[in-house]
Design a protein around this ligand. Sequence first.
Ligand SMILES: [Zn+2]
Length: 467
Amino acid sequence: MRFKIQMVIENDDEQTTIEDIFTFEKGASHVVDIGLSLSESKQLLKRLQSSLVQAQAKTFIKTMGQCGACHKSHRIKGSHTIQYRTLFGIVVIDGPRLHHCHCDKAHSGTFSLLKQLFSEHVSSELKYIETKWGSLIPYGLTAKLMKDLLPVSRTLNASTIKNHLHNVAQRMEKDLQEKPAIEIGCGNDWAKLPKPDKPLTVGIDGGYVRNWNKKKSNFEVITGKSFSKTKSAKRFGFVQRQDPNPRHRLMDVLQKQGMQANQQIEFLSDGAENLRSLQYLMYPEASHTLDWFHITMKLTVLNQFAKGLRNSDPEAAKLIIQDLESSKWYLWHGNSERALDKLDECYWRLEDEGITYDNRKRFIKHLEEFNTYITNNRQIIPNYGEKYRYGETITTAFVESTVNEVIAKRMVKKQQMQWTRKGAHYMIQTRTAVLNGELTGYFEQWYPGFKIDDEQQIPGEDVKMAA
Ligand SMILES: [Zn+2]
C-alpha cells in the first residue's frame, strides 16, 4: 500500500496551503514491513524539517520585507542562500538581498533578512546534543551515533563535533570571566549571616593526558570535586596554562553549590607538591588536609612488601609489620613526628645486610618515598581520629575518583587519544557541565525559550560509589 504524508499550513492570514512531504510504499504481510523504518523516519523528518523551515522563513520575509517606518516594500537587489544546520538535516533557504529604504537615513546599501532570522547557522538543539554526547563519548563515535539515528548532514564528523563543542566551551569560559569576582568578606560580616550548613569539602587531583603537539609527552589536567553532606557534588577541571584564574573558577563552583561566606571549606589534598601550592593559591582561607585515603593506599603497598618479606625473613617481617601498624596509628592521631620515627625503624631493619628478600631494594625505595611524602605534607596532617569522631570528612575515597570520572573515562581510555592543551581544557569544561547537570542551564540562558526534553539524571551519579 501507499502512504502519503502531507503538511497543512494555516497561515495567520487564513490562507491554507497543502504540501506533499513524503510518499512511500509498504507491504502489510511481513513483520519487517510494519511501522516506519529508521531510514523512512530519517527521510520523513528531513523533508518535514525542510518544508517547515522554508515556510517559516517565507513568513518572516513577508512580514519583515516592508519598511518599519513608511511601510513601503524594500526594493530587491538580488537573492542569496544560507544553510541552516539542524538535528533533522541541513536546510537550504533562499532569501532576498534588499535595499534599505530611502526614508532610513541611518543605513545605506543592502541587507539580508535571512541573516536577521538566522543569527547562527547551527541550531541550538544540534549544538546541545553534539556538546552533550561529545563530552561523554569520543567525537567520532558521537558523529556516528547521530548519523545512525537522525537525518543530520552526511558530512558530520569528529571535527565538526569538536568545533561546535569548542564554541560552546568558549562561550562558557567567556560567561565565567565576565562574572564578578566572589568576595567572601571577613569575620565581622559573617556574624550577621545565618548559621552555615555543614562544611563543604573540595578534593583536587591531577591526571595526565597525551600531548598532541609534542608526541610521546604528557601534560597535566587538574580536576576537582566539591561536595557536602546535603548537596550533590559538583566537578570542575582545567588545564593549568589555559586557565588564567583557577580561584575564580573554584569560587564559581562553590557558589553554585550554595556556599555561604561564613561556611567552612575543607580542602582534601592528595599531597602532590604542585597541587598543594595550587590549592593554597585557589583558596588560602580554607583548611587544608591530606586525604586519609592516599595515606592508607601508600601504607597498603608497604604492608604488601612486608608480607612478602615473611617468606625469607619472618622475624624482621613481624617487627616491620608492627612498626608500620604503629606508624599508621600515629598518623591517624596526627602525630607525624612519631610516625616518621617508626618508618625510620623499618628502614634500619631493612638495612641489615643479612636480609635476603629479593624485593629489599624496592621496599626501601617505597619506604623512602613514603617518608618524603609524610615529611612534605606534615602541615596538612591533622588528628584524623578526632575529626572522624566529630563527623568531619577526612577522605574522598567514598566518591568516585574525580580523575577517573572527569579525565580517564573520556580522555585516556585509548592510548592513541591525544589532546592539545586548549582542546583538553575546552572538553573538560563541557564534560564537567554535563556531569554537574548544568549544560541545559547554559543553553536556556543563551537561547531564551530553549527547551529540551532531557532526562535529568546526571551520568556520573549512577556510578556505584567506589570503595
Ligand atoms: Zn521607509
